[in-house]
Design a protein around this ligand. Structure first.
Ligand SMILES: NC(=O)c1ccc[n+]([C@@H]2O[C@H](COP(=O)([O-])OP(=O)(O)OC[C@H]3O[C@@H](n4cnc5c(N)ncnc54)[C@H](OP(=O)(O)O)[C@@H]3O)[C@@H](O)[C@H]2O)c1
Length: 240
């Protein structure tokens, strides 16, 4: 039977490419999203992948959403925690709400979703969890204490959960994308973006499909010996 995968924020941007890559790999995919119904509807029409609306920052909504996906598509084998937001500003201008929203969505969402699917994966003795971090969680970024902290937290979360899953056949890995050509990056002012691209050794923004290829590998049968790792896909912008 086909593996069942949930991709949070799976209806546009990097998530859309991940949903498609996992479908191409033969999985039955559920793409979660937060509120952009129009983009979700267009995504489902175009790809045939079902979209499910809930807020990953809401613990109870994650439990209910995963239960619905499992009832409709089957027990969940693969989780990609991709949903993420930015609320940028220097700490002088960052409100508590801007801090909390980013932490609750980007990092809290990983916990909320893993809580829903990890027990079932352990029981089946097979599972794949991939968390989408960021170059800015590795290197920090001016005006992003909330985002950098959340993404940095994802890398620690990944390594800790990987240790809990290893004996039970559940791998947990992270991908740290550099700057990828999506709506999120389109929101960065043009002159700032030009300076960012100038610092990328490969000389261009990345493509969502380039992240999706990495995710598909980590979620494959062949990826079973890779766990607790972070794969940086950033055009050489940050190496360590
Ligand atoms: N783009 C980059 O350069 C870059 C670089 C490094 C890391 N990343 C990370 O990669 C991931 C995807 O980024 P992207 O650029 O593809 O973002 P994007 O184009 O803004 O898409 C974000 C997706 O996440 C969903 N989402 C947002 N908040 C959510 C919530 N609370 N609950 C459920 N879904 C939610 C959105 O749903 P709606 O459509 O309903 O709004 C959308 O599907 C994020 O975690 C981001 O931090 C991106």
């Amino acid at each position: 039977m086909a593996r069942v995968a949930i991709v949070t924020g799976g209806t546009r941007g990097i998530g859309e490419a991940i949903s498609l890559a996992l479908k191409d790999a033969g999985m039955t995919v559920a793409a979660n999203y937060a509120g952009n119904d129009e983009r979700a509807r267009a995504f489902t029409e175009r790809t045939g992948i079902r979209a499910y609306k809930w807020d990953v920052a809401d613990y109870d909504a994650c439990q209910a959403g995963c239960a619905q996906v499992a009832a409709e598509l089957g027990p969940i084998d693969v989780l990609v925690n991709n949903a993420g937001i930015t609320r940028d500003g220097t700490i002088l201008k960052m409100s508590y709400d801007m801090w909390k929203e980013v932490i609750d969505t980007n990092l809290g969402g990983c916990f909320n979703m893993a809580k829903a699917v990890f027990p079932g994966m352990r029981e089946k003795k097979w599972g794949r969890i991939v968390n989408i971090g960021s170059i800015n969680g590795q290197a920090g970024q001016y005006g992003q204490v909330n985002y950098a902290a959340a993404k940095s937290g994802i890398h620690g979360f990944t390594k800790a959960l990987a240790q809990e899953g290893a004996r039970a056949g559940v791998t947990v890995n992270a991908i740290a994308p550099g700057y990828i050509d999506t709506d999120m990056v389109a929101a960065v002012p043009g002159e700032v973006l030009e300076k960012i691209v100038a610092k990328i050794p490969v000389g261009r923004l990345g493509k969502a499909e380039e992240i999706a290829r990495g995710v598909a590998f980590l979620c494959s049968e062949e990826g079973g010996f890779v766990t607790g790792s972070t794969l940086s896909i950033n055009g050489g912008q940050h190496m360590y």
